[in-house]
Design a protein around this ligand. Sequence first.
Ligand SMILES: Nc1nc2c(c(=O)[nH]1)N[C@H]1C(S)=C(S)[C@@H](COP(=O)(O)O)O[C@H]1N2
Ligand SMILES: [Mo]
Length: 529
Amino acid sequence: MSTPTAHQGPADGGHRTARPGIPWWSMLAGVIGGVVLLAVAELASLAFSSSSAPFVAVGGGFIDIIPPWVKDVAIGLFGTWDKIVLFASMVAVYVVLTALNGALGARRPRTAAAVLAGLGVFATVIVLTRAQNSVPDAIPTLLGTVVAVPTLLLLLRAVRSPAAQPGTDAAWSRRRSLVGVGAVGVLAVIVAAGARGVNATREVARRAAEFTLPTPRTRAEQIPDDAQVDVEGMPAYVTPNEDFYRIDTALAVPRVDPTTWELRIHGLVDRELTLTFEELLAEPMIEKHVTLTCVSNTVGGDLAGNATWLGVPVRTLLERVGVKDGADMVLSRSVDGFTASTPLEALVDDRDSLIAVGMNGEPLPQEHGYPVRMVVPGLYGYVSATKWLTELTVTRFAEETAYWTDRGWSERGPIKIASRVDVPRSFGTLDPASDGSVMLGGTAWAQQRGIAAVEVRIDDGDWHEAELGAEVTADTWVQWSLRWEDAAPGDHTVSVRATDGDGEQQTEERADPVPNGASGWHTIDFTVE
Ligand SMILES: Nc1nc2c(c(=O)[nH]1)N[C@H]1C(S)=C(S)[C@@H](COP(=O)(O)O)O[C@H]1N2
Ligand SMILES: [Mo]
């Protein structure tokens, strides 16, 4: 490194700290000292409870003491952004306070240290007054204070180092001090933000684990044992939540806080309705098995899953708001901006489309829309299954368009008949049993119509009717199986096609997923050993 030369810039401001004027560097030191307090406390709170973090505790305390009308005004002004605005304001207030404290510290470092200690003690007291917290939850904030107070003194000393002449050793060492101060600041911001992120994730997970699903008024039918065909290697008839396919446009899974979540239903309605999560949970719920399918699923693909959903029929809520004449679509919107346009008819007819909160007996997993999503039997997900749901606009297809329809996919997305071979896998191998037979198996679906028959063809042979596992409802998939008695060793192909409950046979004609779903028979190669 060469000898630094004098120039205009931040270091220049340091000269002024020795004279009257605005002590910018001391103010920065004050802010960094404050951030160090938060960073250490957030980090330490990872070992305690997420509610032990001072930032959240102070924010929560503030929300509790402001009068309800102020809250209403804030929600009116900022809508669902109210929390973010609150936290941004808290950051702003904290920055101003700690900067002023830094300015004070330019002349009286000990007083500034005492003020920061006071802030820390104040935050500790608030942490302790939060209902969820107990005495050990005070430790993170105290620890943050204990680390931050001497750090502030060091930082204040570093920025007050002698106002040096350019080109001297003192100028160089002062510059090094300032770089050090900056580094402490950057590190503190990174640690604070990182620990806050982890804490926020845990907080949501904790809430998710806490809420208990309401008991449905109507239970879903019992799933018979023989819905699962007896073929090794078949997927589970009810897809476990952790195996359920996931499709969405979210780069990071939205984290929705159910305590501030709201569903707003408006548009072509007689009376708007806004429901809190608590209010939604109090509505009569029904339970329903529904196989969800993605329009992007290719022939033979696995972008389909079958789950038992718990929720409020959309119909109930639409009846309550009173849909006006002329409406033919409901635009559902996610907190992340995703939208889906669902034909009004599919939400009010007897298929029991759901505003769902439960999936296979658990609150919706985060990736599947926690806390609330839509589930519409018979329609592809892109036109119906909005996750992280927050708004329903009753409208008309002629008036509004949705996320994927704006990108070239069809306005309407009824699910096409589909069937696939699951066993064997493509290019897989089957070992004949002692009697020389092999078992093949697969899945078929035609939501709303149901599956009437599945046929299987090996090589250029005849179509054979497969045996169907129990069909649970017309909205769920069925599994099929076929015993091939005298399986000839060697390479083979197998094709499958289904017929739906209306008697329509799956077309052989290949279509790509765009714009409204793939079609064609699933055909794979395999080998008998
Ligand atoms: N918010 C949001 N909801 C969404 C989507 C999305 O991108 N964002 N994708 C939809 C699509 S295309 C499908 S197929 C289903 C998939 O639901 P899953 O991820 O729970 O299987 O969610 C639907 N809901
Ligand atoms: Mo999808």
